[in-house]
Write a protein that binds this ligand. Structure first.
Ligand SMILES: Nc1nc2c(ncn2[C@@H]2O[C@H](COP(=O)(O)OP(=O)(O)OP(=O)(O)O)[C@@H](O)[C@H]2O)c(=O)[nH]1
Ligand SMILES: [Mg+2]
Length: 830
């Protein structure tokens, strides 16, 4: 059988970096403790029968957090053939604490001292052969980042697995050894010999998990307890501390003989930077500026340029190669601009149907000459002092802009534009593709292709309106994501992320959230998916879950069009709607934080925020790119799976249904017969208490789960009258309730997928989604019912429920924390 080698060591000592180098994998590396939370297996390069196992970092074999349990259980229960113990050479003393425990497990150990590049640079010296003698195992020097000595280390571990046994060199104080010997005799003598010592020491320490596993009889327990108590009395300390202290004394003697420190007492560069960056007053402003820049660069400048290109070009009509022709096209757009809308408005007022038919490009009798003649006629029909109002609808937001007091001169100009030979496409906005070097977009190419092979209508619709439109919209965000991921990767691997958590902890502690919860929220303003991903920086499982659950309350980029639509259609464009959406999102996070912290699942012993701040270092470009790509790729994969599937379903249910008892494909004006409409009618009653129980709004909320942009698209289809029809379908209160519900309810599938991946647990994901929906429902209900009080539109039952919900929330907010009255502290080694 093959050999299994486990990489064990303190958090942030470089295990994953080594793992990637040895196996050619792409596991995530970051400069803060607690990056790896799961064990990962990989084949050693050029050795088919050797498996390397990357483990989460641990400070000792007494675990406190979930990922530490993963590491310890693997070492103790799976028992690898050898342990490659990675030791951070710049932090020898603390790292060796774990080493002393690993050598007691009875598994062959090889110690690899990592970060030797940094150690050598500082001029410190480590005597490896003396260290090997003291520890009783082979010691090698490596630099995982530079790749020096890593193959030798792996080979030493293989050799150790096959040929050596590691016997611990350290003995404890006489009384302790006496007790341990007794325990070995009484409790674990049936175990394999090499494992006895470790278990005996753990029993001496009264380790909960080991005691549980051994399941001792009361008699044996009593017998063992007298030995332990004797030792405790003699050394005047509790058994766990006795062991810890003895280990440290032992390590101190090792360090004395094996380690020569050159640099003495000076503040390191990292310390100097930290004096500024984590300063009580400067910390927050610096953080705000840095995150603003990250957000600004990825969302506004580089990222949005790339995303615009991807959305409008690659997944849109097409783009100008190297921008050739862009400026001419824009100029034309400026000139021709609203020509068609102006002509239409004048024709409505002063012209007639014949003119309208003559200038209609879609009309089968259209001829250029007739159209020109019709236009000249319109000009003559229009009186000199004519004045009309014309309106233009924005394609994305469906916002209608009205321009009053349009004069005959403007009509003349519009007509001239139309008669202009350059204006090839004629009526309507000028066609950018007629300028410069035009590269058609993917939908255009696919559409042409489908036309060429005479594709069936339904397949054409499925591919273009369903798959390309849906998946393309998601893939369009890839450039923005990549820029964001790159910047985040830089912050993560240089070591700044660890500081942010530290700075923000001071503020967030007050809300029952850990400082690390802020990063995901900030990132979430761009897109919830990377926001949820950013929750990886939180190693406390409860806080991490809570952060994942609440991050998507923040309005992300995809929610902006629909917020703008509600503001425009129902609130005549008030800027307060979008602003309030931000504040509601923020408040939802804080309120949820306070409430959830008081429930059983999220409460518990207060966890003091302990995190060592790693030294800053410049990441390598290849590591940054790798990290960016890893995250970007999983985003893309999501688009190819979950989004693809859901777009197909949405398309199918929108365009198929029963007409006169006959199942058939529907045209756009028949969609009220669609399957989707039927479903909408089934679920609409759920939203009646929120004030918008019509099937269109219900369906839009559901399609919003696919992607929040879908809400605008769906409403556009389902309300053919556009904004005015939406405006009359909602009141101000029901409209706001609709907005808040869709803002706070379950995020899009991509984000739910990210939640599932990050929580790594289907049940928790369901719970999170349910919480979000219930929370959104409760808030929207209160808005609608309390709003009804002011408009005299009172529904007694609804109002009673709203009052109950409000009372419950206030109770949860003001109820005191149920803190444990004993603070369990663990000696986390520094
Ligand atoms: N200078 C230097 N930096 C290194 C070396 N090895 C790793 N690093 C850096 O140390 C940091 C931590 O590396 P990881 O591989 O994520 O550490 P880990 O032990 O897997 O950490 P956890 O998963 O949190 O337990 C990263 O920023 C690495 O680039 C090395 O040999 N020299
Ligand atoms: Mg790791």
């Amino acid at each position: 059988m093959g050999i299994k080698i486990a990489l064990a060591g303190n958090p942030n000592c470089g295990k994953t970096t080594l793992f990637n180098a040895l196996t050619g994998s792409n596991q995530f590396v970051g400069n803060w403790p607690g990056v790896t939370v799961e064990k990962k297996e990989g084949k050693l390069k050029k050795h088919n029968d050797v498996v390397i196992m990357d483990l989460p970092g641990i400070y000792s074999l007494s675990p406190y957090t979930l990922e530490e349990v993963v590491a310890r259980n693997y070492l103790i229960e799976q028992r690898p053939d050898a342990i490659l113990n990675i030791v951070d050479g710049t932090n020898l003393e603390r790292n060796l604490y774990l080493t002393t425990q690993l050598t007691e497990l009875g598994i062959p150990v090889v110690v690899a001292i990592n970060m030797m590049d940094v150690v050598k640079k500082s001029g410190d010296k480590i005597d490896t052969s003396a260290l090997a003698k003291e520890l009783g195992c082979k010691v090698v020097e490596i630099s995982a980042l530079k790749g020096t000595g890593i193959m030798e280390a792996a080979e030493a571990a293989i050799d150790a697995a096959e040929n050596t046994k590691t016997v611990p060199m350290h003995t404890f104080n006489g009384v302790v050894e006496h007790a341990i010997a007794h325990i070995e005799e009484a409790v674990v003598h049936e175990m394999p010999e090499e494992q006895q010592r470790w278990y005996a020491i753990k029993v001496f320490e009264r380790d909960d998990k080991v005691m549980e596993k051994l399941n001792l009889s009361d008699e044996i327990k009593k017998h063992v307890e007298t030995d332990i108590e004797n030792a405790e009395k003699e050394l005047d300390d509790d058994s766990e501390s006795i062991i810890t202290n003895e280990r440290y004394i032992y390590i101190a003697t090792i360090i004395k003989t094996c380690y020569k420190k050159k640099s003495k007492g000076n503040l390191s560069t990292s310390d100097k930077i930290d004096k500024v960056v984590t300063n009580r007053w400067l910390g927050l402003p610096i953080f705000a500026v840095i995150m603003f820049l990250v957000y600004f660069i990825s969302m506004q400048t580089v990222g949005s340029m790339a995303t615009d290109w991807a959305n409008d070009g690659l997944f849109g009509d097409g783009w100008h190669l190297f921008g050739i022709g862009t400026s001419q096209a824009e100029e034309a757009e400026e000139t021709y601009g609203d020509s068609d809308a102006i002509i239409e408005a004048f024709n409505e007022e002063y012209g007639n149907d014949d003119i309208a038919a003559a200038i209609d490009l879609e009309d089968e009798n259209y001829s250029e000459d007739a159209a020109k003649a019709a236009l000249s006629k319109l000009v003559t029909l229009t009186p000199a002092d004519a004045s009309v109002t014309y309106s233009v609808e924005d394609e994305e937001t469906l916002e209608v802009t009205e321009t009053p007091d349009t004069t005959k001169a403007q009509l003349q100009e519009a007509v001239d534009n139309y008669l202009d030979t350059n204006y090839k496409e004629g009526y309507g906005a000028p066609d950018a593709s007629t300028y410069g070097v035009w590269v058609p977009g993917i939908p255009v190419l696919i559409g042409d292709g489908l036309d060429a092979i005479n594709c069936a209508d339904w397949l054409n619709g499925l591919i273009l309106d369903g798959i390309v439109a849906g998946v393309g919209a998601v893939l369009g965000f890839v450039p923005q994501m990549l820029v964001l991921f790159l910047l985040l990767a830089f912050l993560e691997s240089c070591g700044y992320m660890a500081r942010i958590a530290f700075v923000l902890d001071r503020v967030f502690r007050k809300f029952g959230l850990s400082g690390k919860s802020f990063i995901p929220m900030l990132v979430g303003t761009g897109c919830g998916v990377p926001g949820i991903m950013a929750s990886r920086t939180i190693e406390n499982e409860r806080d991490r879950r809570m952060t994942i659950m609440t991050t998507t309350f923040i309005p992300c980029g995809a929610k902006m069009p629909f917020i703008a639509m509600i503001a425009g259609a129902i609130f005549s464009g008030s800027p307060w709607i979008a602003t309030s959406a931000y504040f509601i999102g923020m408040a939802a996070i804080v309120v949820s934080g306070i409430m959830l912290k008081k429930t059983k699942i999220f409460s518990g012993d207060p966890a003091p925020f302990v995190m060592e701040l790693p030294a800053y270092h410049l990441p390598t470009v290849s590591n940054l790119l790798r990290s960016m790509w890893e995250r970007g790729w999983s985003f893309i994969k999501k688009a190819g799976t979950i989004i693809l599937l859901s777009t197909i379903i949405v398309w199918f249910t929108t365009y198929f249904g029963f007409v006169d008892g006959q199942f058939q494909m529907l045209s756009e004006d028949q969609i009220s017969n669609s399957i989707l409409a039927a479903i909408g009618n089934c679920i609409a009653w759920i939203f009646t208490p929120l004030g918008w129980g019509n099937w269109q709004a219900a369906v839009a909320s559901v399609t919003g789960l696919v992607a929040k942009e879908n809400i605008v698209g769906t409403m556009g289809i389902l309300y053919p009258g556009g904004w005015s029809e939406i405006g009359s379908a909602f009141t101000a209160i029901s409209g706001f309730s609709f907005l808040v519900f869709n803002l706070l309810c379950a995020p899009c599938f991509a984000a739910i997928g990210a939640m599932k991946r990050e929580m790594n647990n289907a049940k928790w994901t369901c719970f999170a989604v349910a919480y979000q929906c219930v929370f959104a429902y409760a808030i929207a209900l209160m808005i609608n019912q309390f709003g009804g009080l002011f408009t005299g539109n009172v529904n007694v039952i609804g109002l009673i429920f709203a009052v109950l919900v409000l009372a419950f929330m206030i109770y949860m907010l003001v109820r005191p924390y149920k803190e444990a009255n004993t603070l369990k502290t663990s000696v986390k080694v520094k």
